[in-house]
Every structure is written in structure tokens, then in C-alpha cells.
Write a protein that binds this ligand. Structure first.
Ligand code: ATP
Length: 293
């Protein structure tokens, strides 16, 4: 290679120098696995919210996490994102990154984005501005304060608007969007930082049937390039998007497989029917008490 070729190679427009590459582009997924959770236990005042939990998620997968209230879904998300410390176990992002040694901001920086159930967009700003703020925030404080968007940034925002279906609403105030549109905007804001792994909590709660359908399409389209873990109670929605479903119960994995497999799983049936009949018994007791009162 001549000196000229070498110089050209170094200054190629699409060249990303290793020392400038974002850390999340370095996640080692050589075994096709992006998340390893092993033997994870978390307790609150002696109560085990997670109990020796094991979970493995493939790179590019769309995984649904289901389970009754209190099964441990949120606690698991909290440990993965560095919000809650565990008692024991290990959580690895790819082959090499030990998430338990990282702080919450570091984990976000590594490319793990989280969306909570309630949308939190900047209502007094336009849809475009919300995405611009997220894009700049990802690039750091100096970028936020000084830099105007370059054409690559504007293209990126346009492609996100396209993906989340809000192209026509780009100059609309976020506060004027419907509930579903706010949820999509927030997903778009997460996408601005180009995450490798997205954790999404109850995305369709409160959505219309049409919005739910659109959300299913959106999440399905996000998987592949990224890995998406969705926590959801709406079983119809889960059925419409999930290839693999993990069922949590009392802080452990009760079953895993396709929706049909978990619905026909004996342990799942026992637990759910058990809970349903306990609920029914509770209602009967309450009704009996009401009659006597
Ligand atoms: N900070 C905390 N202090 C004490 N107990 C907690 C705390 N966080 C969670 N728990 C308990 O841990 C258990 C698991 O809670 P978690 O929120 O992870 O369940 P979940 O599956 O997300 O439930 P839901 O579907 O209702 O959100 C529950 O019994 C909950 O009361």
C-alpha cells in the first residue's frame, strides 16, 4: 500500500477510528448471545424478588417477558440497567462486559436503553426537537451546548421519524400527540443513541387497538439490528410479536418457549390456574363478607 493509499484509508469519510468508536459498538456477540443473566438473586428486607434467575438472550432477538404482578420483571430490568444491586449472580452484556461493575449512566452509554411504561417526552417541544435533544445528549454536554445539527444528524432524525411513523408530526408539539404517538416518540428518542439492547416496559398499556397494532410492527422492525426485550401483560399483543416468551414466577424462570409452548406448559397452567382460582376464592370470600356486613 502506498503512502497515498494509507492516507486515503485513514481519512476515509466513513472511517471510525477505534479510539473514537462508541463503546457499544464493541460488544462481543461472537457467540450470538447479547445478554447472559446467571444465578441472579435480589432480596428486599429478606424477601427474594429474584431467586437464582437464569436468562439468556440472543443478539437481535425480540423477547417477551411475562409474569404475574410481583414476579420480578421490573427488578430484573432494574439490575440489568444498574438501578438495583443484586445479592449474587452475574449479568454480562455480550461475552466480556460485566454489567454489575458498571454504573447506571455507564450502562446507558454502553448501548442499553430503557423505556418505562409512562411516556416521558418534553411536551412543550416539537417532535423534531425531542429527537434532536436526545441525539445531542448522547453525544455529550459540549455537543448539546454548542453544536448545530449537521446534515448526517438531520438525516438520522428523518430516518427515526420514518421508523416511528411520525414524519407528518415532526413540527407538532409533543404534548399534542396521542398517547400512542408519545410512546413511539419516546422509543425514537431511545433510538437516537443507537442502542444495542432495548428494554421496553408495557408499551401498549392504554393504547387503542390500531396503536397496538402499529406498535407491534414497530417493535418487530426494531429487532434484528438491535435486541429488544419487552415486558407486557397484554397476552394478545405478546402473541402477535413474540417468537420466544419467558415466563417469570416468584423471581425465577418458570417456562420459556413459543407462546403456544408456554401456554401449554404444565407448570404455567398450574401457577396461572392456581392464581385464578385463588382470586376467585378471594372474591367469593369478599362477597360473603359483604353479604354478612
Ligand atoms: N424497592 C423494593 N422494596 C421492597 N420490595 C420490593 C422493591 N421492589 C420490588 N419489591 C418487591 O419485589 C417483588 C417483585 O417486584 P417487581 O416489581 O420486580 O415485580 P413485577 O413482575 O415487575 O410486577 P408488576 O407486573 O406488578 O410490575 C414484589 O413482591 C415487590 O413488592
Amino acid at each position: 500500500m502506498t503512502v497515498l493509499d494509507t492516507t486515503r484509508e485513514i481519512f476515509r469519510r466513513d472511517q471510525v477510528w477505534p479510539f473514537l468508536a462508541p463503546e457499544h459498538s464493541m460488544v462481543d456477540v461472537s457467540h450470538n448471545m447479547i445478554l447472559y443473566v446467571e444465578g441472579l438473586s435480589v432480596s428486599f428486607d429478606g424477601f427474594k424478588a429474584l431467586n437464582d434467575l437464569n436468562l439468556y438472550v440472543n443478539d437481535g432477538e425480540l423477547r417477551c417477558l411475562i409474569g404475574a404482578n410481583g414476579a420480578g420483571k421490573t427488578t430484573l430490568m432494574d439490575v440489568i440497567t444498574g438501578k438495583t444491586e443484586c445479592d449474587s449472580g452475574s449479568v454480562y452484556f455480550g461475552q466480556t462486559i460485566n454489567l454489575l461493575q458498571r454504573s447506571e449512566p455507564e450502562i446507558a452509554q454502553l448501548g442499553i436503553g430503557r423505556k418505562f411504561q409512562k411516556p416521558s417526552v418534553f411536551e412543550a417541544h416539537t417532535v423534531f426537537d425531542n429527537l434532536e435533544l436526545s441525539l445531542k445528549a448522547d453525544k455529550g454536554i459540549w455537543y448539546t451546548l454548542r453544536v448545530k445539527l449537521n446534515s448526517a444528524d438531520i438525516d438520522r432524525i428523518d430516518s427515526i421519524l420514518d421508523l416511528i411513523g411520525l414524519k407528518e408530526q415532526r413540527f407538532m408539539l409533543a404534548g399534542a400527540l396521542s398517547h400512542g404517538q408519545k410512546q413511539w416518540l419516546e422509543i425514537g428518542m431511545l433510538l437516537a443513541s443507537d442502542p444495542r439492547l432495548l428494554l421496553i416496559d408495557e408499551p401498549v398499556a392504554g393504547m387503542t387497538a390500531q396503536e397496538t397494532e402499529r406498535t407491534a410492527e414497530l417493535l418487530t422492525s426494531l429487532a434484528g439490528d438491535r435486541t429488544v426485550i419487552v415486558v407486557e401483560h397484554d397476552m394478545e399483543f405478546v402473541r402477535s410479536i413474540a417468537r420466544t416468551v419467558t415466563v417469570l414466577h416468584q423471581g425465577s424462570v418458570l417456562a420459556e418457549g413459543t407462546m403456544d409452548e408456554v401456554q401449554n406448559n404444565r407448570d404455567v397452567i398450574e401457577v396461572y390456574l392456581g392464581e385464578e382460582s385463588a382470586d376467585a376464592r378471594g372474591e367469593e370470600i369478599a362477597a360473603a363478607r359483604g353479604e354478612r356486613a
